[in-house]
Structure formats: structure tokens, C-alpha cells
Design a protein around this ligand. Sequence first.
Ligand SMILES: NC(=O)c1ccc[n+]([C@@H]2O[C@H](COP(=O)([O-])OP(=O)(O)OC[C@H]3O[C@@H](n4cnc5c(N)ncnc54)[C@H](OP(=O)(O)O)[C@@H]3O)[C@@H](O)[C@H]2O)c1
Length: 873
Amino acid sequence: PSTDLHGEPSSWLILADKSGIGAALAEVLARKGGACRLVYSDQLIGRRKTAAWIPDDLVKPFAKLISGFADRSAPLRGVINLWALDLSIEYRGVQQLNDAQKIVLGSTISLLRAVVQARGRAETPARIWAVTRNSVSITPEDPPVKVAAAALWGLGRTARLEHPQIWGGQVDLDASRESSPSVDAAAVLGELLNRGGEDQVAVRKGVRFAARLVRATAPKKPTATFDSNGSYLITGGLGALGVEVAKWLVTQCKVKRLLLVGRRGQKDPSYRRVQRALAALGAEVTVLRADVSSEKDVQRLIGRIEKFHAPLKGIFHCAGVLDDGILMQMEWQKFERVIAAKLAGGWLLDKFTRYCHLDHFVVFSSILSLTGSAGQANYAAANAFLDGLISRRRKQGLPALAINWGPWAESGLATVSGEKGRAIWRSRGTEYIPTDIGRRALDLLIGSDAGHAAVTITKWPIFLQQFASPPPLYRELQKEIGAVTANAGLAASAANLKTKMKELAPAARHDLLTLFVRQEAMQTLGIKEEIDAARPLREFGLDSLMSVALVNRLETALGIRISAVKLIQGPSVAQIVDDILPDLGYAKDTDPVEKRDRRSRKKASSRWLVVAGARPFPRLRLFCFPFAGGGSAVYRSWSEFLDPAIEVVAVEPPGRLGRMEEKPIVDIKKFGSELVSEMRPLLDLPFAFFGHCLGGLTMYETARRLIRSTKFRPIHLFVSGARPPDRVSDQGPFENRLIDDLLRLGQFIRNRPMYAQPDDVFGELIRHFNIPATDQLLSDPKLRKLMLPVVRAEFRMASNYKFVKERPWDIPITCFAARGDPYVSRHHALGWGRFTNSRLQVYIRDGAHFAVVDDMAFIHGIINKELRVQSQH
Ligand SMILES: NC(=O)c1ccc[n+]([C@@H]2O[C@H](COP(=O)([O-])OP(=O)(O)OC[C@H]3O[C@@H](n4cnc5c(N)ncnc54)[C@H](OP(=O)(O)O)[C@@H]3O)[C@@H](O)[C@H]2O)c1
């Protein structure tokens, strides 16, 4: 790669190492005209006991350092984190390993947050690079991997997905004697200035190795045997995959003695059922309680196995948890919670069983450690650590296998987010692995010569469509599927787009850009059929998360800043094109047909109501009321799943998406009266209402207004996650816990209603309601400024609500509630019975407050059934 700065003035922030690479790098950069500032970990973390600080504390000092560059004539071009190079090679105890993670992972996350926060002020944001040494296994001569920094690879792959404009990449340096500070500095510099897009590079003896995901050849037939007199330990043994492994060991490998471990041990509700099922297959099962991330627990566990059980012959490390969140909101506590079982757990199991003569040491890692996963940096990092641990064991001649699983079907971590989760996997071309295929993979891999294998059912052409330009990691897979995929064409067109635009006449230029933006929007939305460039994207379901994704795609392809705030309003493709043409250096120079269309459409459409998937011959309409802060996008996909006779009409109150610039409503009467007057033209067919959470209340009041002031009335009311109107202001356990939590926050102001609390307190409050995308909403300063007033207004509407008694209506009500919803109790769900003289049905399902929204398939089934019956009468 090039090592020339091309004469551009630049500044660099170097989080320097003690071995002198940072200093050497600063020297070369200075020779090339770059201005550098070096900061050593001791300066920021100090010599305090490492246990006393948390990485979140670094965001402020990093932000201060970055703002120090704002006035310089040379913009801050990059931040290079070399702190991982200061880590010692081996750790005696798990505490030291955990402390090292704070430095390696914690500093990187905080740095990212600080750069993102400063982004608004900078023309081009600084790129972050992370440097490690021998933390990935590359050549046969490499010494065993230094695992302390292995997790950084999972974090980096995720950072690239969440912040493609900011994450530069990572470089792994050589551990051989041939390296010296100046040689290493030159290698790092090469990557910083490399314009080839490689973001995962290792350098060994002067040779660059770039990461590629390639299809594996089938491993040699498994030869390792299982010892019918030995014991086999499964951590997370009562979890979904743990049980599958147990069954496979007993039935396929004739293993008789199983030790299943979890933090709950025999208190796990599935304990008896699993034990009985395995006993029926002929196994002798012992369930033990241990937290694998605790040194004491693991030492005690292995000691106990040695003393009381048959010799330990195999370990299957399946313990794991999820706690998702985007990096901007990934506080260290949340990060640590997820990495514990895999990172400390894997390391401790390795440490305490080295002398055990194991035949198998298998870790259940995830495909996401290789691909990264937006919103799951902690999980990707934890699994990347396991991958590194396995490389190290193999180098040391110990049995070791990492299986990087794709999502399994039926139960387990991948399926916890219900239909929504499945839809996300599908949009990435990935199907759930059926149990029998998972078992076949175990047959093939365990005991074979493979050390690492990813098992996933993924259609790569679809997977790659998520990227405007696929990362180099997938280049081999791209070759395999042929460069003719739609996306490769798109990437190429993105690259040529700007050149082509220059050559074209204004009208043709406009059309080309429209074509491009439309393609990008379709891919973001996961829509195959061509969308109308004049129709607002919000009508296709562009929600705030998707808007951010679309911003990223367009920014990457076009190299300009795009306003996320504008995109969230769900403009049409034509409007986006109009907005970005001037930024690309062209005037808004045409008046194409699409614009004329748009003008005429605007008049015809209602502000309050968005028809989500118009039906040619609807027999019924279903009006859907959103939750606090939610907009019509939530209901966009419903038309795909509901009976073709039902037309879905989503309610869009002021202040969100397309109505972002309007003032949100705080008075529920005003809400009802404005909505009812706009509803009238759509009341020519029988209709029903659906409302979630606050939408249950606005739905009820709208129905009341309609019934009192017109001859129309809904034929059915569906509510989910909603208290009945006369119990909205109940003060129960949920409220008490909420107050307890909020009181702990210093900024909480007593005697002030919840909706008027300072931003941080209010943010915490809405987290208790698990409103989808809360993390994203709170983390982006612009989004927060824009959205919080809306959510506040709606909480105010609910908090000022005074229930006025009403005779029950002759309208059937169906209520969906979730067992794990702390806000809506079973009692509340049954309370809807006071509002109907007809029929009340209550469905109480597994899950939390929004599980009912995630549990869409079930809800759709019931709505279809109810409305089919009613429309036939
Ligand atoms: N399911 C999938 O589709 C999928 C895909 C890729 C990878 N994986 C990996 O496969 C493994 C199993 O997944 P799963 O779906 O079976 O998850 P699961 O059903 O949630 O089971 C995980 C188990 O881990 C235990 N556990 C968590 N933390 C622990 C700790 N610190 N010490 C001891 N036990 C702990 C839990 O029990 P306690 O709460 O009692 O501790 C639980 O039984 C996980 O590592 C996961 O990352 C799964």
C-alpha cells in the first residue's frame, strides 16, 4: 500500500504503546507533514487500581482530546489505538484477563463514541484503527495466539457495520524477532494510508495477509472416539443447544455420563424434564451449578468432577447470554455481562483442564464473530475470543474445535427475538438451521481434523446485498457466486456513478441518481419490486433504524454527508435526490414527471392515515394505532400477513416520520377529534381497530369519539400490551420499581412529572418500556433532540389522562398480553372485559412488553380468524 500522505495536511491522535511503535509512527508521520499527538494509557487511566475505573469514563477525555484538534488547520484524520500492545502475554488469574479487556475493548468503544459525538463538527470524521500483536493465527510459524486481544476482532467487525465512515480497520503485527518499532510503525502506516479498503490485515515478516471468508472443504472423517466410561461436561447444558449436544452424545456417540452445568443448576425450570429425557435415552445425568466466568466456581467444578466422577474426556462449552445494544449505547457493564461466559468462561475451562487428557474441547461460537453484527458488538467480541482461544490450544497441541454456528431453529439464543429476529436473519439471506442439519454438522465436525468451522445456511448473494460495496472479507465468496449479482453491479455503478453523472445532461443525471437511490432504498427496505420514486419511503416502512442504514449506504457510495434527520421523515426517493444533488455540486435542475406526480399525490393523501399496502378489493379496514414515539412504519409489513380482504391503515400522529416537523399532540381529545375527521373518507367499509401500549388508549378514545359523534363504530377492538383505560394510572410494582431506579439517578427531580424529567432520567424511563430502537434513539444526539419531545408529549398525554366512565360497548375485544411484561399484568388484560358487553378474549403469551409486537405471526393469525368470521356474518 501507499505510504504517501499526498501532500494533504493531517493530524493524528495516537494512543501510544510503551514499546515505542506509536512514537516511531509519529516520527514518520511528522516527516510526511502530519501533526501527531501521543497519549499513553497511564495518562488517562492513571495508576489507579484497574478495578476502580470503567472504560465509559474514557469517553469524556477522548472527546476533549478530539475537540483539541478542531481548531487546527490540519483536520484530525485518524486515531490509532496501540494500547493493546502493552498487554502482557500471559495471565495468572481471570481478573487480570478481564482488566485487560477494559483496556483493549473498553478504550476502543469509548474512542468510537467520542469520535461519533465529534462527527457533527468535522467535515470528514477521523477514522479509528486498532493495532494488536499476534492476536490472530496466520502462518504455521506464528507462536500461539495472544488471546487477550482476540475479542477485539469481533468488536472491530461490528464497528465496521455500525460506523462504516469511522471504523478504519485493524492490523495485527508480527510476533517474530524480525519486528522492531520502526518496522512495525511502517506496517501500520501502510494500512492507515491504504486506499484499497482492506480493514482486517495481519503482517508477518513484511507480508500482508488480509482476511477472507472462504468455503471450507469437508473435513476428514472423524476419527476421535468417545469413551463410554468417561464423563462429558456441557456448559449451558440445560440451554437449547446444550440439550441437543447431550442428546447427540448419548445417541450418536454412546456416551453415558453427562455433566450439565449452568448458573441455575437444578433450579433451572427445565432441569427435571431434561434429566428425564436423557435418562430415558440411557444416560446418567448430573446437573451442577456453576458460573463459568468465576474462577472459584470453575476450580471447584473441575475439582469435584475429578473427585466424584469418571475421568473428564470432553468439554462442550455452550454457555452464553445475549444483551444487545448499539455501540453508542454499549456501556461497559452491558458489554461485560455478555462476554463473561465465553471469555472468562472459555479461558478458565482451558486453564483448569489442561492436565485432564481431554479428547474433545469444543466451543459453541457464532458466525457473528466472523461477520460482526450491528447491535451485538459484545456477543461478536465474546465469540471472537473463543475463536482465538481455540487457535491457541491447537498450536499448543491440545484438542480444540470452534463451531461458528448460524442461527438454529426452534429455540435458543437466535430465536429469542421471535418473528422479528427471523425476518432480520432472512433479510440477510440466512435461514435457521433445522435440528437434524445441526446434528449432521456435529457428526461431521466433532473428532475430525477441523479446528474452526462456520456452519450457516446463507444465500450469499442476498447476504451481500446489505452492503453498498461489500467488505473485502467476502471477496472470495463474491467470486464464487459470480460478479453478476445485482449487488456487484450496484457496487460498480456506485463507483462509476459520480463520473457518469459528470458526463450527462441535467435530466439524464437526475434520472441516473434516482435509479441509484431507489436501488439503495429498496435494498435497505428489503423490497424486491421497484418502488415508486414519488411515494414517501415511510409508506414502505422506512423506520428510524432503516433510515440510519440508508444514510450509511448513501454516504459510503456518494462520499457526502446526508441528513439522518431528514431521512427519518421518510421522504420519497425523488425528494432525496433533490436534496443531495446540490451537495454533489449540481443544481436542482429538472422538473421531472415524478415531481409533478408528487405534487398531485400530496393533495390526495391524508396526514393522519397511511394506507400500508393498498388492496384492490378490500372488504374491511384495520386501523392501527402506534405506541408512544412509534409511527406508521411499525405496521407497514402487516398487509403481507393479513388476509387480502383486510386493508391496513396505520395512524400517523404529528411529530413522527412524515409529520416530523409538526408539533406532537398532548391532549387526547384533540387527538381523537383530528383523527376522526380524517378517518371519515375511509369509513365506507366495515373496520376494526388495533392499538399497542399507548395506542390502546388512543384507540379507545378515538372509538369513543367516533361512536358518540358519528354513526360509525368498529366491529372489533384488538389491543396488545395495553392497560385498560380505567387503569392507565395504576401505581403498582412496575411503578415502584421504576421510581426506585430513577431515584438512583442524580438528575431525578422530585415533584416533577415523569414526562418533564431531564433527558437522562426520561431516557432511563423509556428504557423500562423497552420501546423498540430506544438505544438508537437515545444515542444519536440529533435523533434524540428530534424524537424525545414526541415521546415526552405522548407520556404527558397518558399521564394527564382522566378516565371518564362509559357504558360498555357491544363490540368484541381481543387482548394480547405477555407473561414477562412488567407494565401490563394479567389482571389488567382481563380488565378490558369491563369495556365490552360482547366477547372478551385474552391471549397471554411468553415474552416481554414488546414480545406481542415481535410475536406478530400469532397476532396476525388471530386477527385474520376474527375478522374473517365477522366479515362473513
Ligand atoms: N441458538 C443458536 O441459534 C446459536 C447460534 C450460534 C451460536 N450459539 C451459541 O451456542 C451456545 C448455546 O446457545 P443456546 O441457544 O443453547 O442458548 P440458551 O438456550 O440461552 O442456553 C445458554 C445457557 O448458558 C447458560 N449460561 C449462561 N451464562 C452462564 C455462565 N456464566 N455460567 C454457566 N452457564 C451459563 C444458561 O443457563 P443459566 O442461565 O442457568 O446459567 C443457559 O442454559 C451459546 O454459546 C450461543 O452463543 C447459539
